[in-house]
Design a protein around this ligand. Sequence first.
Ligand code: SF4
Ligand code: SF4
Length: 170
Amino acid sequence: MELAHALMDAKQWLASCSPADIDRLRSICLDIHEAEKRLMHASESYLKRCIQRCEGLCCRNVFLGEVMGFEDFCFILVLRPECFEPLFSKASRLKTMFTADCPFLMNGVGPCSLPEAVRPEVCITSFCMQTPDADAAIRAVQARFRNLSRIIRWMRFTRLFRRRIASFSA
Ligand code: SF4
Ligand code: SF4
């Protein structure tokens, strides 16, 4: 249920954001989306290996909590809010607290059912092989996700701070 909770938290948190905050998040997420597109292009030959030789082992029998979480879901839902229902329904069916195949694999086998270049950070930046042609693009995606995390933390902190101030002065 960890994934379903993270997904629900992301949806609720986004619903509580001001339009100005959503605009700011959207611009950061669009930037990540573009960086993911460039990475997919740069890593085409490596991704072929993932699909053809090992059939996406990275999406199977993994600790899903270590692969994606709240901030990844914020990224996905800012760009594709319509994904919430199908993702939540798949994540809610997951019963294990341990390793599992990712519930977002299409029909349980793959490929990934998420929209192209709207993938969690770990999914798109982790390879088991040397990736000299894609290293710069990987770093670019990671740097943008770090920026998104910083902004989300800052937004949550300032909101909490404002609430505290309001409760003291009430
Ligand atoms: S990164 Fe390696 S283990 Fe993961 S799917 Fe690709 S080839 Fe398979
Ligand atoms: S979200 Fe997609 S790429 Fe990531 S583990 Fe799940 S199926 Fe694989």
